[in-house]
Write a protein of this length. Sequence first.
Length: 446
Amino acid sequence: MILEHDSVLERYPRIQKVLNSTVPTLSLNSSTRYEGKITNIGGTIIKARLPKARIGAFYKIEPSQRLAEVIAIDEDEVFLLPFEHISGMYCGQWLSYQGEEFKIRVGDELLGRLVDGIGRPMGSNITAPYLPFERSLYAEPPDPLLRQVIDQPFTLGVRAIDGLLTCGIGQRIGIFAGSGVGKSTLLGMICNGASADIIVLALIGERGREVNEFLALLPQSTLSKCVLVVTTSDRPALERMKAAFTATTIAEFFRDQGKNVLLMMDSVTRYARAARDVGLASGEPDVRGGFPPSVFASLPKLLERAGPAPKGSITAIYTVLLESDNVNDPIGDEVRSILDGHIVLTRELAEENHFPAIDIGLSASRVMHNVVKSEHLRAAAECKKLIATYKNIELLIRIGEYTMGQDPEADKAIKNRKAIQSFIQQSTKDISSYEKTIESLFKVVA
């Protein structure tokens, strides 16, 4: 019996206990709110009647338990994009409200594991680990006035980069290349040689076959400090798009512990294509190269989250898949303008069996002058000059029109050619320390 003088706070647990014991299916703690029903399903879009829906809210489709996100609202009609394929869905299914802000669970237990685009465990051992923390997928970038200055080199283990295009701790750099010129192989080399505490690797829109092939490049010692976010090309566009933010959110969790994190994303182009599919499905017009405005608006929001922070840092490497090997394609051009440097891989070098196929003349690191010593900077400039000089006279050499002694600079470029080629070419199993790289650089320009 409930006495009249009991307060509301005293009554509630007793009322709850009575209700739960008499009507087991009813609970005052239940968070399920059935907001509306599906009215139309077509292509990849679900239409529904949801009177109180907001952009970005997500709902569970009952009884299938699939999630969908609101991407557009047209008066009383709401457009949702599911995280799963729409097969098996039907009109009349209920939609239950799940929240306004998409969050994932994170923790140290993620190390050595694979998760999908929204943070769910993958692989043969699919038992979800206990992850004690929850983070929003769309955090704000660090305050620009509180960011640490990039003044320390970040070793990648690749001589051509560490010696001539030196990266800094907290730098964001892009690897620009067409298909089939060695992007994934270079990423594998960097994973094995990078001086990072934690590595977060996002494989977005990859072929299913390539996932295991890439993992085979990594020894257990590397995998043990890695978190892999994998979403293959057959997954829905919304999951492929979220994967980029999931990987960044995981990297931020470890950064906030004071860790030196390496975030690698392959590729930001496939993220942009997934975001394009979402934007076009919501009714946006395409404005540049077939991409809607939301894609170009989202790129800075994603890429600016990496970099140095007041505590810890995220050094980020994003691959950019160029259409027809065009360095100035819309996504490549936009990403290059945001990042702190670019490494260009060319098909011409790959066809000459020159790996990694890095075109030194087309590549640049915008922070190199802040992170290396003056003698290293001078040696790198001299090496780049010799590479450019040889390229200018290469045709004359091939047709026998150049005679030694005409130009001292050209003579030196020819003399040092083999040593420079040996320096900038590197096998996948040959990981070079930073000290050894600098020592070799001084020798090839002597």
